[in-house]
Design a protein around this ligand. Structure first.
Ligand code: TC6
Ligand code: FAD
Length: 670
């Protein structure tokens, strides 16, 4: 039998203080006890294989070695997934459960060269291919007989997809497309796994047929020989170089010199090119953007996982770290007893719950709308697009802020790679840019909101229905303010509506003064992004409140209390963050704000005893946290020293540079 884990006594006391059943909350988060059991089984299986164990910590490897390790780990992980698939006849869901979430990132570390294959290549084949194309490609891709990626962004254009320069010109005489990169800026730039891993990829290119350009469309292109892995003639491919993070993802560049592919390699579920070159249009040109929408939706859940990880590390560490003096003649307190520390951390915990519920809501909406699209019904596509854009932007930017706050909350030790917070930050901040740069995403939502503002109340889709009410009563703050979650949600809806109203008025005023609509839009765009953010915050708050109210009907009384406190904390935190906006757009008074502040501080006091229990309920194993500061047993100092000893510099007492440079320099001989 193994020795029982010796837990740091401070952390142990925190666990004894917890007022609710941690396992009950874990089950709620997983979606039921059975799901918890399945997850744990999956984790046991994965970690039993030892794929996560590095001979040398990967931080000390060279760029090239990091890539090679990333390939090795990805292959071992996917081999195991394949076995799972065979043994349990599990589908895509199981792949996603392994790949996504904290488990995948724990093993794959700083990103994986195969992620794009699963996250974008296969979904594009599924979403953009005809039934015949799916039959041909998907099983090969699923079995990893071929490895693909999604090549859209170019050196010159990422955001402005319509401006991509790569061309795919149909040659009716050979029934082929000619892929070409006419300029340096037309080179594909960024796709994960493209550099040295993928041998196929989906390429987004401007389609030309019968002398006419029909905009961007997806094509499957073979890049490398299936046997030798050498780039095929006309394909110029390589790696883009070292990055702030995600150095295992093997991001690449790609240029085409008149590369021919068969006509059937255009993914033709939506638009088609017939043999004679006739172009058949899709019901909506935006269906080509389907994979991006899928990933944006997935990202919201992904961000919860990263936040949960960061806040677990920082909260446990804050329970074992003692610093300074709170009261004279008393021992140094746990840093978690500082209210400023609680302010930094508890909002992180509450955010995980808020985004988790929104992510699940958005995922359901995504599935419903995609089912409707299959029947040709596009009605709810704009609403889904608007919501997924702003949620992608706010989830990623809040997650990046949360991870950075957690790092700062760990003081100097948070700066160590051994804390795993810097690497986590690198992964999260990348998501603020990829899959739609966040400002651009907020402006997409703003475009929808401005249109919605002009629509009549009855025609407004559910997520913007509040605009009608706010529009009718916006001039009268007749309702007295109440310090309640309902009032805060209403307040945020008023902020959003008020900001949209101002943007609409500004744009109209600017147009009247002679500006074009586009220039007026650009001049107003700072306000437009703020309106979009307010709309998103109103949505998150109201969903968090509504979904939690449903949830608490099924849980024990002590857990119900804590979950409702988290909703309150989240609402009051954001009310205080946006107090200026509330003063401007709602009936809140100075005195109410004082009340809000007291309410917030009371909530911190109430939640403090449960701070550790709440992060324990995320149930993130030590192998996944991969942090010297955040392990379950709280042995932060011992682990920091153990990690320090792994530095290759500590392998010898004197480094050769002493003899080569330092000594001659110190003796004036250099
Ligand atoms: C692990 C991950 C690794 C990373 C991978 C990547 O990064 S991969 C690379 C990721 N790259 C990126 O994410 C690139 C980001 N850039 C883009 O997504 C687009 O180019 C754009 C949306 C910014 C503008 O596009 P545009 O100039 O074509 O559009 P427009 O502004 O002129 O609006 C026209 C209409 O279309 C609508 N509409 C737009 N999108 C969608 C949609 N998805 N669905 C439905 N509808 C959509 C829009 O609402 C508007 O409707 P309206 O008002 O006319 O009724
Ligand atoms: C880690 C990582 C992985 C990636 N993986 C892939 C991949 O696998 N496949 C792939 O195809 N791509 C990938 N990308 C590319 C990514 O999708 C683009 O970088 C992203 O869409 C942003 O585009 P951009 O780089 O052109 O930024 P730009 O659009 O040049 O943004 C620069 C600035 O201009 C502003 N801006 C641009 N347009 C507007 C506008 N209309 N209004 C207001 N402001 C604007 C932005 O807000 C930003 O501040 C990846 C990127 C990263 C960082």
């Amino acid at each position: 039998m193994s020795n029982p884990v010796k837990v740091n006594p401070d952390l142990q006391k925190e666990r004894e203080k917890c007022t609710f059943n941690v396992i009950e909350l874990t089950n709620v988060i997983d979606g039921g006890p059975q799901k918890t059991e399945e997850r744990k089984k999956r984790e046991d299986m994965v970690f039993k294989e030892g794929i996560h164990i590095d001979e040398v910590p990967s931080d000390y490897l060279s760029h090239k070695e990091k890539y090679e390790l990333a390939v090795k780990k990805a292959c071992l992980l996917f081999k195991m997934m394949r076995r799972l698939q065979e043994e349990e006849n599990a589908g895509m869901e199981n792949y996603m459960a392994l790949l996504g979430g904290t488990l995948g990132t724990a093993i794959l570390g700083d990103g994986s060269p195969l992620t794009l294959h699963y996250v974008m290549f296969i979904p594009t084949l599924m979403g953009q291919g005809t039934v015949e194309q799916q039959a041909y490609w998907i099983s090969r891709a699923f079995n990893l007989n071929i490895i693909g990626t999604y090549a859209q962004t170019e050196l010159g254009h990422g955001t402005f997809v319509r401006g991509l320069e790569t061309t795919a010109t149909y040659d009716v005489s050979t029934k082929e497309f000619l892929l070409h990169s006419p300029t340096l800026t037309a080179y594909k730039w960024w796709p994960g796994g493209l550099a040295h891993t993928a041998n196929y990829c989906v390429v987004m290119a401007q389609l030309y047929t019968q002398g006419e350009c029909h905009g961007i469309h997806p094509f499957i292109v073979q890049l490398r020989d299936e046997e030798t892995h050498m780039p095929l003639p006309g394909i110029k491919v390589g790696e883009i170089g070292a990055k702030l993070g995600m150095n295992g993802t093997n991001n690449g560049f790609l240029g085409f010199d008149h590369v021919r592919i068969p006509r059937e390699h255009m993914l033709m579920k939506n638009s088609k090119v017939l043999e004679d070159g006739t172009y058949v249009k899709a019901t909506s040109s935006k269906l080509t953007y389907g994979t991006m929408m899928f990933v944006r939706v997935m990202l919201v859940q992904d961000m919860c996982n990263y936040m949960a990880k960061a806040v677990t590390i920082a909260t446990r560490y804050s329970a074992v770290r003692r610093q300074s003096q709170l009261r004279p003649d008393e021992p140094e307190p746990q840093i978690l007893d500082y209210v400023t520390q609680q302010h930094k951390l508890l909002i992180g915990t509450a955010s995980v719950h808020a985004f988790r519920l929104c992510a699940s809501w958005l995922w359901d909406m995504y599935n419903n709308v995609t089912a409707e699209l299959e029947t040709g019904d596009l009605e709810r596509l704009p609403e889904l697009h608007a919501l997924s854009c702003c949620l992608k932007a706010i989830a990623t930017s809040d997650a990046a802020a949360c991870v950075e706050r957690c790092r700062l909350a760990c003081g100097g030790h948070g700066y160590m790679l051994a804390s795993n917070l810097p690497l986590t930050y690198g992964l999260v901040t990348a998501a603020c840019t990829y899959e739609g740069e966040n400002t651009v995403m907020l402006l997409q939502t703003a475009r929808y909101l401005v249109k919605a503002w002009h629509q009549s109340g009855a025609a407004l889709p559910p997520t913007v229905a509040y605009l009608a009410l706010a529009r009718d009563t916006r001039l009268t703050h007749s309702q007295p303010w109440r310090n309640e979650v309902d009032a805060i949600v209403d307040g945020f809806q008023r902020i959003a509506a008020g900001k949209i109203a101002l943007c609409v008025a500004q744009i109209e005023k600017r147009e009247k003064s002679g500006m074009t609509y586009e220039d007026a839009w650009n001049m107003t765009s700072v306000q437009l992004t703020a309106a979009s953010e307010a709309h998103c915050r109103a949505f998150i708050l109201s969903s968090f409140q509504k979904e939690t109210e449903k949830l608490v009907k099924t849980v024990s009384a002590p857990l119900r209390l804590v979950l409702l406190q988290l909703v309150e904390l989240y609402a009051v935190y954001w009310a205080l963050e946006c107090v200026g906006d509330l003063l401007r757009f709602s009936s809140i008074s100075e005195r109410d704000i004082e009340g809000l502040q007291n309410w917030y501080e009371d909530l911190l006091v109430k939640l403090r005893p449960n701070a550790v229990g709440l992060v324990d309920s995320f149930d993130i194993r030590d192998e996944i946290l991969h942090s010297a500061l955040g392990a379950y047993d709280g042995r932060a100092y011992e682990r920091l020293m153990e990690e320090a000893m792994k530095s290759p510099l500590n392998a010898e007492p004197v480094n050769q540079s002493f003899h080569k440079y330092l000594k001659p320099f110190m003796q004036g001989k250099l």
